[in-house]
Design a protein around this ligand. Sequence first.
Ligand code: FES
Length: 271
Amino acid sequence: MAGADLRPGVGAPGRARIDQRTLRVDRWWVQPTLTVVGLVAWLAYATVRAASQVNYWVADYHYLTPFASPCLSTSCAPGSSHFGTPFGDFPPLVPYAILTLPFLLLFRLTCYYYRKAYYRSFWLSPPACAVAEPHGRYTGETRFPLLGQNLHRYFFYAAVLISLINTYDALVAFHGKDGGFGFGLGNVILLANVVLLWAYTLSCHSCRSIIGGRLNHFSRHPVRYRLWGQVSRLNRHHMGLAWTTLASLVVTDAYIALVASGSLSDLRFIN
Ligand code: FES
């Protein structure tokens, strides 16, 4: 790349000189604006909830919010630490799920879809097709820190482990008030959230490449070919799943917070 002309997009050598920033007359700015609003709102909610250390566990039904899972501190409410308490008491504002939240954040931050979303909406690079970006240079993902985007595949492995933890949480939540089996609206919400999280995780582009990549002949690997086909079908919905899972995480957490705080009674079908 040494000495290469790094002027981006419409400023690149050989491109026609057009004075206007764009010739588009539609409302191209709506999508990047909605993306900023949606992501900022979600991050604000998640930060407050993860740091609040309150109303994250419903002891009667064993509902644990994904924002506090796994709860690994001795400060966690009795019964909510499904995987032990390797950490001592946490000071205020430190998320109980401190071990997993950074990996989940990095998984989403390096996700191919979210990259497109925030490159366009936050960095305006470019904000939309056929709209010139304001930057004077373009180095892509060839340097630090964006070089780190290539670690996505490793965050995918971490996300699979965390999805297993979320699945376990959803299963132990089939708990009745007096012990034994119980089933309520909270279980439906927790289960739907876990199914969506798996769908998002397995629809990952890295997952698709891990399953079907580096093969010269699909015909010699029928099982991987079949799995690759299924992941590819899911992959088409990756963007939709990226947003749906943000919503399902908020719904799950908010429902548990309302029940845990006593503002809402869980609708029980059994016990
Ligand atoms: Fe989006 Fe991997 S590409 S999670």
